[in-house]
Design a protein around this ligand. Structure first.
Ligand code: MG
Length: 393
């Protein structure tokens, strides 16, 4: 059977399209300790969101990222192995030229895109690709709809016509040989690649952009981008409980929620017998439907003898994190007549917060007696009950 070419496809079969993501800038206006393209929003670095938009597009054959060489460690952590990386130059134009030179052999068209635009949609990419069938250049933009003024010294000087004015976005798409020639002929920097293309006399078609295709530039943009990236996602909330008991034996202290508390007897157990931390750890496993401490750290295994229980708690927190959850809050109740917990509760919350990398305000440690009833009332041991919530993202 003969396969007919799909005439409506955005990408005829004779084209090979590469996305060139420009991420070599310093992003100083966005604030923060690291360049804006590596700051995490909605669970991933900004740049990873951007790269994934193109990797996931069916008509994009390769993704190449232009980086600042100083950022190679950040890039290693942010990018998947199958994305090629190219060191950038001294200016945006030089970085793009370096990227254009490094595209895979056989590439016929390139989509040049800002690394800090993580919200580009398939539809915008499609519109650029369709327009490139009949023009050497195509770029998304939005018509200016607000009134425009010229101003100075905080005052309006004159109204200005918005007729024919557009707000430029990316990806800006080009026939590869045409834009390579344009960059080779261009002296100095340029605000974008359309400027370089026009200087070389190339025709650039305007296609409809998208209001959400924002460039993360200022500190407030991160919150807006995060809102847009998580819009429509359903939050997953998990609740888990844990319960544990350890009996008293010889000793001169107990360890409760990571804090050593003087006491005329100790708690017996295979590990350090931190009954509170065990209950919290089991609550996390419970929220994940992931068994209990005994399954992950069998008492029959001698390597856990006398172990600090924070090993168990860190393990449970890691498993939650690896499954895309963060801990919403922790509430732990210790049940005992002695020792008195109140004087140590704050230190316990702080110790747990350190281990779990969580704010103290999300951790509660409290205590109750059992009115001298039962095994805790007879001071035969200490019980602990804990509840945790896990939430996404
Ligand atoms: Mg235990």
């Amino acid at each position: 059977m003969t396969e007919l070419p799909n005439q409506s496809s955005a990408n005829p079969t004779d084209r090979i399209v590469a996305a060139l993501i420009v991420a070599a800038g310093r992003g100083v206006r966005a604030g923060g300790d690291i360049p804006k393209q590596y700051q995490v929003i909605a669970g991933k670095p900004v740049l990873r969101h951007t790269v994934d938009r193109f990797r996931d597009h069916p008509d994009v054959d390769a993704v190449v990222v232009v980086l600042n060489p100083d950022d190679s460690a950040l890039a290693d952590a942010a990018l998947p192995d199958d994305v090629a990386r190219v060191p950038g130059g001294d200016s945006r134009a030089a970085s793009v030229a370096a990227g254009l030179a490094a595209l895979p052999a056989g590439t016929t068209h390139v989509l040049i895109h800002d690394g800090a635009r993580p919200l580009v949609t398939d539809a915008v990419i499609d519109r650029v690709l369709v327009a490139l069938k009949s023009a050497p250049g195509a770029a998304p933009a939005l018509a200016v709809t607000d009134a425009l003024w010229r101003g100075g010294d905080g005052r309006v000087l004159a109204p200005t016509s918005r007729d024919g004015l557009f707000r430029a976005q990316t990806p800006q798409g080009f026939d590869l040989s045409a834009i390579r020639a344009a960059h080779a002929a261009h002296a100095g920097d340029a605000a974008d690649d359309v400027e370089v293309a026009l200087a070389a006399g190339l025709d650039v078609t305007i296609v409809e952009g998208h209001e959400d295709n924002i460039k993360v530039t200022l500190p407030g943009c991160f919150a807006r981008a995060e809102r847009l990236l998580t819009k429509g996602q359903t939050m997953d909330v998990r609740l888990g409980n844990g319960y544990d008991v350890h009996r008293f034996g010889p000793g001169d202290h107990v360890i409760l929620c990571g804090v050593e508390v003087p006491h005329p007897r100790g708690l017996q157990g295979h590990s350090d017998a931190d009954v509170g931390m065990h209950a919290i750890t089991d609550a996390i496993y419970g929220a994940l439907a992931d068994g209990d401490i005994g399954r992950h750290f069998p008492p029959s295994d001698p390597q856990w003898k006398g172990a600090a229980s924070e090993i168990f708690l860190r393990h449970a927190v890691d498993r939650a994190t690896n499954r895309g959850f963060r801990i919403g809050n922790v509430d732990c109740t210790l049940v005992c007549e002695q020792p008195k917990i109140g004087p140590h509760a704050q230190a316990m919350r702080t110790a747990l917060a350190d281990i779990m990398a969580l704010e103290v305000g999300r951790i509660s440690v409290k205590a109750t007696t059992s009115e001298r009833l039962g095994f805790t009332g007879r001071e035969e041991g200490i019980a602990a009950i804990a509840t945790v919530t896990l939430v996404t993202p």
